[in-house]
Design a protein around this ligand. Structure first.
Ligand code: NAP
Length: 289
């Protein structure tokens, strides 16, 4: 099986590059080999590669920057996936794509299911929802995984930001009214491999670690667990603050709880809790630091 992987240098892409090799030959161009903003070049590359499966882990992921870079965000997050879906439909290729908790409205306290109403509250979320809809309408064989609060030992993410700040700051103020499920890039990649191997039925699936926390609780867990790996910090106090005290260019959902039972029953798996995944990721990051 020939797999075309886009976004191999990203958090999820890096883990996919490691795990997908179990399933076949991987073609994984980096940005210099294939600039995904150039859609004609993408079209040529895909037609030349003739993959059996396309795994698209590339995206514009700067949520605040999306508000001021709308054209580019739209091209990468909506037009590119739509183009890939058209190729997939016309060439009996399977498309795997990653979407976001940001397609949901972010209100209330119920965990979102795949049938929940969608209503994004920022531009990044709009482009992720539009890509989901374009893929669903393409008639292709696809898997869309809606994930949330992604982190890993690589690139920029909340875990790494917390550890960096704790080396120089005695006090931090962290939001405690946004609730979600921190999810490792490794869990996403492993589940993707399992889904492809099991020939998971085409559709949209929520894919996030079980359980949920606020960013403030997540930060506390990061520091508590990091101490077990001899992490040195000057941090003395973490204040809990509401979202309104930390204004950002893009609005953030307060409720990112995800119901993953559809995926669990379709694959006959038990998705681990975010707490189970944190220690391994911390250890990996602190050891290579
Ligand atoms: N991060 C989260 O918290 C989160 C939450 C929910 C859903 N998701 C979704 O999960 C997926 C993976 O996210 P992630 O966190 O792994 O993303 P990431 O770490 O930001 O990686 C994005 C990838 O896209 C590539 N890329 C962007 N623009 C490109 C261009 N013009 N040409 C070539 N490559 C380009 C990047 O390449 P470079 O290294 O060259 O920049 C990188 O490999 C995305 O679909 C994202 O929307 C993420």
């Amino acid at each position: 099986m020939k797999i075309l992987l886009l976004g191999k240098s990203g958090q999820v892409g890096f883990e996919l590059k490691r795990s997908l090799s179990l399933l076949g030959d991987i073609v994984a161009p980096n940005r210099h080999e294939l600039d995904l903003e150039k859609l004609d070049a993408v079209n040529d590359f895909v037609n030349k590669t003739k993959p059996d499966v396309i795994v698209n882990a590339a995206a514009w992921t700067d949520v605040d920057g999306a508000e001021t870079n709308k054209n580019l965000t739209l091209r990468l997050n909506t037009v590119l996936p739509a183009l890939l879906a058209t190729y997939a439909k016309e060439n009996q290729c399977k498309l795997v794509h990653y979407s976001s908790d940001y397609v949901y409205p972010g209100t209330g306290t119920q965990a979102w299911s795949e049938e929940s109403k969608t209503s994004p509250i920022n531009y990044y979320g709009v482009t992720k929802l539009e890509s989901d809809q374009a893929i669903e309408n393409s008639g292709s064989d696809y898997l869309i995984f809606r994930t949330s609060w992604v982190y890993s030992a690589r690139r920029n993410n909340f875990m790494k930001t917390m550890l960096r700040l704790a080396e120089s700051k005695r006090e931090l103020s962290i939001i405690d009214d946004q609730i979600g499920s921190p999810t490792t890039a490794r869990l996403i990649a492993q589940t993707t491999v399992l889904a492809l191997h099991s020939n998971l039925k085409t559709g949209v699936y929520n894919l996030a670690a079980k359980g949920h926390v606020s960013w403030h609780q997540f930060a506390e867990s990061i520091f508590t667990k990091a101490k077990l790996f001899d992490f040195d910090s000057v941090l003395e106090k973490i204040n809990a603050i509401p979202t309104r005290e930390y204004p950002t260019p893009a609005k953030r959902p307060l409720n990112s709880r995800m119901n993953v039972s559809k995926l669990e029953s379709a694959l006959n798996i038990t998705i681990p809790s975010w707490e189970d995944e944190l220690a391994d990721t911390l250890e990996e990051y602190l050891e290579k630091k």
